[in-house]
Design a binder for this molecule. Structure first.
Ligand code: FAD
Length: 317
């Protein structure tokens, strides 16, 4: 079922989870072990992130180096299929522009359709680790909007091979990313919102946000989106802080602010257990307030912390 159908049929706030594919070498059981306890909350869907390959240099016996492309976390599509089969719960693969030509994207969409997966979160992806800026593939997409347009074309039976006439029309529900605190490359929030509106006008069915720790920023974002004429559902992305290092790592990687009430409380702690307690309580209060505000779904980034998410959702639903 599509994410938007789940939302349309819901009587109350829904819950969904996001997982990372395991590091190469681990089995699918690591996914089930991670998700099993969370399935008690009957998530409407589970997102699986996509991780592009990284360039690595492997030292050879003669001292020279081989340049190799390594995917540390492969398996996004297969994990989605496994989740749908194992739990009978919808899975949402993240699909990125980075590392994909348009033809590879089309083939990936055909694979998803054959597997019965009719949801995608369409993203640009970040720059590769060895690049200063995002560089698309030679025949790839520059921005998420171009990927959304390709999915929309396929929905209308328009394939890259022009001689395919009367082909299938895979019907995808398309999610897009939104940033309550602005995407880091955007010159300002207003420009970023214009880009977001363009993605929605191009065919995105709903917005899923970057994590945030201050609900006021999300409320203002929703207000600004409405003022701009964006009327699709906006799903907040939520993550707990579980150790002190995240006070600097999260702003650096995700370009989000941590409210001083939260950072001050965490700075006073002596152990990670204390931090986890504060982070859990903060996320419970955040979730309760968002539920009261009427968000359609509470989407939790579980990122290796299923127990914390379990403790939060138990208090919120
Ligand atoms: P875009 O919408 O293309 O925006 C990128 C930047 O370009 C923005 O600053 C925007 O304002 C600007 N822009 C957009 N369109 C135009 C245009 N036409 N002309 C000029 N400027 C433009 N990354 C992964 O690699 N894998 C994942 O699984 C993943 N999951 C994510 C899930 C969520 C919910 C979120 C919020 C992010 C996720 N990301 C993931 C990170 C994401 O790929 C990065 O934030 C990336 O830098 C931007 O992606 P986007 O889809 O928002 O890009």
């Amino acid at each position: 079922m599509k994410v938007t159908d789940h939302i349309a049929q819901a009587k109350d706030t829904l819950v969904s989870f996001e997982i990372l594919p395991p590091l190469k070498g681990k089995t699918i059981n690591s996914i089930y072990e991670h998700l099993d306890p969370l399935m008690e909350f009957k998530p409407s869907f589970i997102n699986v992130t996509y991780h592009r390959s990284e360039t690595m240099f492997k030292k050879k016996a003669d001292g020279s180096f081989d340049k190799v492309e390594v995917r540390k976390r492969p398996g996004t599509v297969a994990i989605c299929a496994a989740i749908m089969n194992h739990y009978k719960t919808d899975a949402v693969p993240h699909l990125i522009c980075g590392g994909f030509s348009k033809r590879e994207t089309e083939d990936a969409l055909i694979d998803l359709n054959f597997l019965g997966i009719n949801n995608v979160l369409a993203l640009r992806g970040d720059a590769a680790k060895n690049e200063a800026h995002f560089e698309p593939e030679a025949d790839g997409h520059n921005y998420a909007i171009d990927l959304i347009k390709q999915v929309m074309n396929l929905k209308n039976g328009i394939y890259l091979e022009e001689d395919i006439k009367n082909g299938g029309k895979p019907d995808f529900c398309i999610g897009t990313a939104g940033y309550p605190e602005k995407h880091f490359e955007a010159p300002n929030l207003q420009t970023d919102l214009i880009r977001l509106k363009e993605k929605v006008d191009a065919g995105a069915d709903y917005i899923m946000t970057q994590m945030f720790f201050d609900n006021q920023k999300f409320f203002q974002f929703v207000k600004d989106c409405k003022a701009m004429g964006i009327n699709v559902p906006i799903i907040p992305g939520l993550k707990p802080i579980t150790n002190k290092k995240q006070l600097s790592i999260l702003p650096k990687i995700f370009h989000v602010d941590i409210p001083s009430d939260l950072s001050n409380a965490i700075l006073k702690t002596k152990t990670d257990e204390e931090v986890e307690k504060i982070g859990t309580e903060w996320l419970i209060q955040q979730s309760k307030e968002l539920k009261k505000f009427g968000v359609p779904v509470l989407h939790y980034y579980t990122l290796g912390k299923p127990k914390v998410i379990y403790n939060v959702v138990k208090e919120v639903l």
